[in-house]
Design a protein around this ligand. Sequence first.
Ligand code: NAD
Ligand code: ZN
Length: 345
Amino acid sequence: MNNEMKALVKAHAREGLWLQIEPVPDTGPDDVLIRINKTGICGTDIHIWNWDKWAKKTVPLPLITGHEFAGEIVELGRNVEGLKLGQRCSGEGHLIGKKSRQSRAGKFHLDPETRGIGVNEQGAFAEYLRLPAFNVVALPDEISDDIGAILDPLGNAVHTALSFDLVGEDVLITGAGPIGIMAAAVARHAGARNVVITDINQDRLDLATKVSDITPVNVTKDELADVQARLNITQGFDVGLEMSGNEIALDQMIESMVMGGRIALLGIPPCKKPIDWSRIVFKAITLKGIYGREIFETWYKMIAMLQNGLNVSNIITHHFNFGDFKHGFEAMKAGSAGKVILDWT
Ligand code: NAD
Ligand code: ZN
């Protein structure tokens, strides 16, 4: 290996990313060096590409972007145990501190000092990534690099979907983005009776039906109440998974829930929005905010489900070589893609 690599860098404070030669990162005693095979493009990467208000206040320049990856270990720090050279892996992109009460209680995903690769720290859109060995998740042979590269967003879907018991329940998912669609597949796999997913984008809803057996509803054309009646959901949805970040979708979800319903919120609203709290009170609804993945319980469950019949492979709609990254970002920005994979091999 020479000491240089290609990487997609947010190098300038304006729209775009730049493919540059960068030094291969040094591996500390507790780190591994991962040769990246595949990466996934996330909505977060689009915010960074666009250099919007959030990106400007969050992302230091210059920064190697990207946080969804699969690869193999090519260097081990001297303290690293339990991993080996050549091990195929993905990994948790949230780098946690070990000082907070939450971390010391083993609730790593709740650590307030969390920093994200590709957002606050050097990321995975590169030929090599340095990662703390703690964050590495080994990939079993039956999980491909393509699926390995989307375990981060699949983990968001799994964390949200498994927040509440779904067995025999009627589940409403608002937002058929890649995460909503994968959450629908997880809810199906976990034993929900009906899974209804809403969106305003017909291409996304069509894609949802290719990934799992769900009921799509285009809320610009169809009444959710009619679909509920057809499915014999008489008193409302038992569990809601909010995956759009849109306040109209959340409002519709609250309206459609059963008394005592439970809602997990993953979608990030762009700004403060009003909510009709009295309906939440009178319906005795439980709300749970979801951030990232449970470290590492979500990873364990996700891999176990993938080994046991959960199939989300149709969510991958585009593949590009990393040199063609501009096409990959265009496909994402067009709004109809599922997951877009960049190949670094
Ligand atoms: P996405 O933007 O691709 O999908 C959102 C979907 O919601 C789109 O298809 C959009 O058409 C749809 N939508 C818009 N208005 C709607 C409405 N009124 N009713 C129903 N659907 C509507 O996003 P994604 O990548 O799938 O991520 C889902 C959400 O989760 C986003 O808000 C994202 O920012 C957020 N997110 C949160 C975390 C976390 O840790 N909390 C992690 C990753 C992503
Ligand atoms: Zn992401």
